[in-house]
Design a protein around this ligand. Structure first.
Ligand SMILES: Cc1cc2nc3c(=O)[nH]c(=O)nc-3n(C[C@H](O)[C@H](O)[C@H](O)COP(=O)(O)OP(=O)(O)OC[C@H]3O[C@@H](n4cnc5c(N)ncnc54)[C@H](O)[C@@H]3O)c2cc1C
Length: 301
């Protein structure tokens, strides 16, 4: 089906009717701090696993603050599930030798996929300072990891331009450097308008980036928290989104329904524009991502 007939179908029939289920998904989790949070995480992994994600990834806390917890979570996924696990790894406050040791450790326990990032400093609002014996950017990290073992590597991409980049073009050059260094795919920062993604995908293609660019989907339930995060990441929060969450502070179940509706509609429009891979920022909760995947035609395997 070409994109014009797909767009016509999306406009003319119930939005989610008859999707073929030809969608690949991945899920991102953060390492739990407490027993209770671990329980929530493992419930979420148990719920989402039957959807046969391409991979699940585990984040690395700002400043490398979750090194052990990230490692333990990834290790348990490898041990207890059949889903490919991807470990996030950053350059912050680590020497090249330390990163090499961590990467070797991952390879030895069977991890074949790293999400390679420069990372943010532990104190929000301060700037990243490269260590003399460390990596200065994600592109350098990708090259370093490839020298350790033939990892599959994902990197970050910024449809609304990384806040520290000199320009959108410079940011795309940086993405190209990461791909040229050996990254297999880019996963984007979250965004709220499909056109933001399409413009970025076109600009990346025009810049000679041929690797797959996977939209990062953030289902919003806590609007105030997302507004704060968006301020830090430079993500535009549309007025209509604020309007949709107005008056729902004391109605958590309604917020969940609104969150699923908004995110699913965006995914549907991305699908109509040819997107077939989606990466969900789950925040360790399964239901929203599960519902959106279901609407996109993804079923337990
Ligand atoms: C999918 C995804 C997952 C993430 N997971 C984590 C996580 O687990 N833990 C965590 O701490 N953070 C995470 N982050 C956040 C990320 O660490 C921050 O956005 C960080 O500020 C930039 O990381 P990067 O890998 O994109 O850096 P880089 O690609 O190195 O880019 C950083 C900035 O420097 C610029 N730059 C880089 N090299 C050059 C150069 N040679 N010349 C000029 N400019 C240059 C870039 O344009 C950009 O502005 C994630 C982000 C995404 C999109």
């Amino acid at each position: 089906m070409n994109s014009l007939s797909e767009a016509r179908r999306a406009a003319a029939s119930p939005l989610f009717a008859g999707l073929e289920g030809d969608v690949g998904v991945s899920f991102e989790f953060f390492p739990p701090k407490t027993e209770k949070m671990a329980e929530t995480l493992w419930d979420a992994i148990g719920t989402l696993s039957p959807l046969a994600p391409r991979f699940v990834s585990v984040t690395y806390g700002a400043g490398g603050s979750t090194r052990e917890r990230t490692h333990a979570t990834v290790e348990r996924i490898v041990r207890e599930t059949a889903i490919p696990a991807a470990a996030h790894l950053t350059c912050v406050d680590a020497s090249r030798a330390e990163i090499e040791e961590v990467a070797r450790g991952y390879w030895d326990i069977g991890v074949r996929h790293i999400v390679a990032l420069r990372g943010d400093p532990p104190v929000a609002g301060t700037r990243f300072e490269a260590r003399a014996d460390g990596y200065a950017s994600a592109a350098d990290l990708v090259a370093g990891l490839k020298a350790v073992a033939p990892f599959e590597i994902s990197v970050g991409a910024y449809p609304e331009t990384h806040p520290e980049a000199a320009s959108a073009a410079a940011d795309l050059d940086n993405l190209k450097r990461k791909i040229d260094a050996g990254a297999d795919r880019a996963i984007t920062q979250f965004f709220f308008e499909p056109d933001t993604f399409f413009r970025f995908r076109d600009a990346a293609a025009a810049a000679g980036i041929t690797a797959e660019i996977v939209p990062g989907i953030m289902p919003v339930t806590n609007f105030a928290a997302i507004q704060r995060m968006s301020g830090m990441t430079g993500t535009a929060v549309p007025d209509w989104l604020a309007g949709l969450f107005e008056g729902l502070d004391d109605h958590p179940p309604a917020r969940q329904l609104v969150a699923a509706t908004v995110a699913a509609e965006m995914c549907r429009r991305l699908y109509a524009g040819g997107v077939r891979e989606f990466h969900f920022y789950t925040l360790n909760r399964a239901e929203l991502s599960y519902a959106i995947c279901h609407l996109l035609g993804v079923r337990p395997q």
